[in-house]
Ligand binder design. Sequence first.
Ligand SMILES: Cc1ncc(COP(=O)(O)O)c(C=O)c1O
Length: 381
Amino acid sequence: MKYEFSERLKKLPPYLFVRLEEMTAKKRAEGADVIDFGIGDPDLPTPRPIVEALQREVADPANHNYSSSAGEKSLRDAVAEWYGKRFGVEVDPDTEVCVTLGSKEAIFNIAQSFVNPGETIIAPSPGYPVYSAASTIFNEAVCVKVPLRAEKDWLLDVGECPKGAKMLYANYPNNPTGATCDVRYLKKVQDWCRDNGTIFCYDNAYSEMCFDGYMAPSALEAGKDCIEFGSFSKTFNMTGYRLGYAVGHRDLIAGLKKCKGQIDSGAPKFVQKAGIVALGLYGDDGRLPKEVSDNMAVYSERRQVLVDGLRKLGFDVKMPKATFYVWFDCGMPSFDFTAKMIEKGLVVTPGVGFGESAEGYVRMTVTQPVERIKEALERMA
Ligand SMILES: Cc1ncc(COP(=O)(O)O)c(C=O)c1O
């Protein structure tokens, strides 16, 4: 028996990292010492209090049954409280918050919930691949990729976006460019979306990964005509736990909850309870707790070493104010550069994998210790 993929699945491009993983595995199989700056997965451990909470909660039989796809009330309350402390925004935990299985599924499911066949989705290019691939293809929607440009600080310009689109995705702090924005910018995007009947989806997965005193804003600071996706993944080194949250307009949250009700039965209760402890690490002033700022200090040092080293090698690199990505013009087609790096046992991500308009750029993630970064720079030289 042979099984054939659905037409939609056939249209889905291979997920970028799958191809990179194959190339890397081949190099490793040849015995090479590979230094991986590819995927955005923190190498540092989850803070102790969160791990201890998880251990405690998983041992409690009360946490062994289904949660709800909207999430535990106690975690929704904690998310609402955290929004108040961190962004000064009041949200109703029952109607304006939904717990998610990491932010990725919600970024996809929001399109499932609101986009009809033939409608337009605006996706930044470069951008997180889910916006233009799964979100578009599984809804038989039309994706308009709007280029982000270095000369505009990689900010999506709504002046370049088509009117009448059903949905717009934006993401700052940005993967892959490391670009950041302020509330004024978010207000401009939100106003444009409201004026044009477009659903504003704001991907804030890196909101807490900021450097040098910068604190990323929430799109809700500009108003509630939006839905925002946040994540425990990068903030607390919890990528494997699969926990996130969506916060925003009650209609959008209601649609997401209805969709998820058919698809998942909620994040494990013990993971959600660990999530409550994670958010509780923040004090009333909303500043980063020590557990998170210590991690950020590690990334900051690595970022400095990598950026300084790349500059010495002649690359024009901007120091990112947020995320753990270093993004730069590699001076040649980005896949050629990536292939050369793999030859040297280094994994970097070609910009073209995030969108055609990022051709010529590459992304390196600072998830390697300083010594390994120095070694990588030597190999690059
Ligand atoms: C921009 C962006 N959004 C969302 C995600 C999804 O993260 P998670 O599903 O772990 O919350 C990622 C992961 O790398 C990302 O880079």
